[in-house]
Write a protein that binds this ligand. Structure first.
Ligand code: ADP
Ligand code: MG
Length: 320
């Protein structure tokens, strides 16, 4: 049976810092990511893809805001669904093109994915995840008066903040797993999934929140029975003393080691922190490796030649 790899694409795989987010820019970035993924497919791996959506949702929110005089605004969960469709489409089309060019073929499908969160998650009392563009104080104060949470960001202006609850379960988990089992390349849980709460048994409704895409990716990886969970970002892996004189890049580390480094405060909240946490959770749940790597080193990382690999404690003892 083919080894199953769940790949979480970081924001820069679709939009680079400083870019505006034109269709041409995004499709060019997606092409670079898909080239790497096809190299892994050529090696015989089965792939499930998840991805971030921050800049895309940000742009959709601006379209909603600016277009509100003409057409009704959509809530954040619907904007999230839109971004899953948009990014999924670009990946589906580009991946197919490259596969065909190289003499391969596969069904490729995007699943609009709802991720269940607990309505009592503490983050609902403390919204902290910024969404959308910066605005002036006047706009922020008006929205705060309507019940929204906004924060001032060190002179850059005001931004709306929403809760960032923990992902619990994936509503579409079964069908995603079945699609992967019949050999499809599945794109799922984009942007961390659309956050929903259960209102009645098996009935869900969207909430205004953002789930961390790496933590949701971990849920996806466990649900599809992945042999490996790979988080791709814009750095080559995980460093101790990141950007300090004594910076040290890590290759293979056990859960015990990573817990120690985490307690020492090496992994920044909101960037490397959730990636390390997601990897830990995957390794704890499955006893299989989780990897953090840069996009251009995907194949090497899967072959244990690059990136940072988090391993169960036992494998080190066995000398693996
Ligand atoms: P993504 O869009 O891929 O989720 P993030 O910006 O959220 O990217 O996270 C990747 C960033 O984490 C890197 O660009 C790096 O600046 C930062 N980072 C924080 N702590 C560390 C660390 N200990 N080792 C490596 N990178 C780190
Ligand atoms: Mg991130």
């Amino acid at each position: 049976m083919k080894k199953k790899v769940v790949i979480a694409l970081g924001g820069n795989a679709i939009l680079q810092p400083g870019q505006k987010g034109t269709y041409e820019e995004q499709i060019a970035n997606v092409e670079v990511a898909c080239q790497q993924i096809v190299e892994l497919i050529k090696k015989g791996f089965q792939i499930v893809i998840t991805h971030g959506n921050g800049p895309q949702v940000g742009n959709i929110l601006i379209q909603n805001e600016e277009g509100a005089k003409l057409v009704p605004k959509m809530p954040l969960d619907v904007c999230g669904a839109q971004s899953q469709g948009m990014i999924g489409y670009m990946i589906q089309q580009t991946l197919r093109k490259i596969l065909i060019q190289k003499g391969y073929n596969s069904e490729i499908v995007t699943v609009i994915t709802q991720v269940v969160v607990d309505k009592h998650d503490p983050s609902f009392q403390n919204p902290s995840k910024p969404v959308g563009p910066f605005y002036n104080e006047e706009k922020a104060k008006a929205e705060i008066a309507k019940g929204e949470s906004w924060i001032e960001d060190a002179g850059r202006g005001w931004r709306k903040v929403v809760p960032s609850p923990e992902p619990k379960t994936i509503v579409e988990a079964n069908i995603i797993k079945q699609l992967a089992q019949v050999g499809a390349i599945v794109i799922a849980s984009g942007g961390g999934g659309i956050p929903v709460v259960e209102t009645k048994n098996n009935v869900y409704t969207g909430v205004e929140a953002v789930i961390d895409k790496d933590l949701a990716g971990e849920r996806l990886a466990v649900d599809v029975g992945a042999d490996m969970f790979v988080i791709l970002t814009d750095v080559s892996g995980v460093a101790l003393n990141y950007r300090k004189d004594n910076e040290t890049w890590l290759r293979n580390i056990t859960l015990d080691e990573v817990n120690l480094y985490e307690a020492e405060g090496h992994f920044k909240k909101g960037s490397m922190g959730p990636k390390v946490k997601a990897c830990k959770k995957f390794v704890e749940a499955t006893n299989k490796p989780a990897i953090i790597s840069s996009l251009d080193k995907l194949v090497e990382a899967v072959e244990d030649k690059a990136g940072t690999r988090i391993l169960p404690n036992i494998s080190r003892e066995k000398g693996k």
